[in-house]
Design a protein around this ligand. Structure first.
Ligand code: AMP
Length: 297
């Protein structure tokens, strides 16, 4: 099992959806990704929280084997994001983003973490993602996630970042926005020209597409009877994906995509991190077997 560095947001989320309102529950890109990866790799989390962040939440992460040495506690309040989902959960609007301690965050990678071979740059400002890359030493694999906010507000830094990552994970709408293309092959080609050798386009309830130089792989989303909350699905996908590669070596990206699809499918079955906290290795493997049955013909 290799080490995996996860940098991203650690948040309180207020989520409004068809099940009601869920005020100030634990979330953030780094939390979702770390929990999803924690059954597969030794996760080292780097992020920032405020003085209001509960001790029990840190303990819960540690209980899952996540090294929280890089979780800085700053003066002020923890990052807070509030969003409302449409009843069919296919779209959401951001109601409020309170950066709080995140506004002055400068990621500091602890000396003991700098040689981590697998690095996941979760969804934070691209300047901060670049700042992490300045501090890590010859990582074997760097994967980055991003969002529309940074395409709108930090395009130059995002483009610089793309020249320095191996794998970009991005949702379909944002990939179209970033490239100006609509159809999958054109989008992927344009993204790969920007830098990353490998591109994964997340398509929500329709699964994910993996684009390599000579190969394309199409993974479905796991068919579920109901979805409780899609928040963090993308981050859980990335955590499961990179967790698989950290565990097995940078070999089979198709298997890793299915592993990511498995962890993401658990994520959406409960509100917030509920399902990920309970997730076992056997759960992940059993769902990977289901995927094999589902897609074999
Ligand atoms: P996802 O549903 O995969 O897009 O991820 C949702 C998570 O992203 C939530 O837990 C939020 O706390 C976090 N998030 C939302 N906006 C931002 C932002 N601007 N920067 C960092 N994290 C964010």
């Amino acid at each position: 099992m290799s080490e995996l560095l996860v940098v991203g947001s650690v948040a309180f989320d207020t989520i409004h959806n068809h099940l009601g309102s869920h005020p100030r529950i634990l979330g953030g890109s780094a939390v979702y990704a770390s929990l999803a990866a924690s059954q597969l790799a030794s996760v080292r989390l780097v992020g920032v929280v405020g003085k209001d962040f509960p001790r029990e939440a840190v303990d819960m992460l540690r209980m899952r084997g996540i090294d929280t040495t890089g979780l800085e506690v700053a003066n002020g309040e923890t990052f807070h994001w509030e969003g409302r989902y449409a009843d069919d959960l296919t779209s959401r609007e951001t109601i409020q983003t309170d950066l709080n301690v995140f506004a002055d965050f400068e990621p500091k990678i602890p000396a003991a973490f700098r040689d981590t071979p697998y690095v996941m740059l979760g969804n934070i400002a691209p300047e901060l993602q670049l700042c992490v890359l300045e501090q890590v030493e010859n990582p074997q694999l760097v994967i980055a996630d991003t969002m529309n906010l940074w395409i709108d507000t930090a395009l130059d830094a995002l483009k610089e970042l793309l020249t320095r990552v191996d794998i970009l994970v991005i949702n379909e709408e944002e990939a179209r926005q970033l490239t100006g293309y609509h159809h999958p092959l054109a989008v992927a080609e344009a993204l790969r020209v920007m830098g990353p050798e490998t591109v994964i386009v997340k398509r929500g309830e329709y699964g994910a597409l993996l684009f390599l130089e000579e190969d394309i792989f199409c993974a479905p989303a796991y068919p579920l009877k109901s979805v409780a909350d899609p928040t963090g699905a993308g981050d859980s996908f990335a955590g499961g994906f990179l967790g698989y590669l950290a565990e097995n070596g940078h070999t089979d990206l198709r298997q890793a995509v299915i592993c990511g699809s498995s962890t993401a499918s658990f994520c959406v079955q409960d509100v917030g991190i509920g399902a990920l906290v309970e997730l076992s290795r056997e759960d992940i493997e059993s769902r990977i077997r289901d995927f094999r049955e589902l897609t074999c013909f």
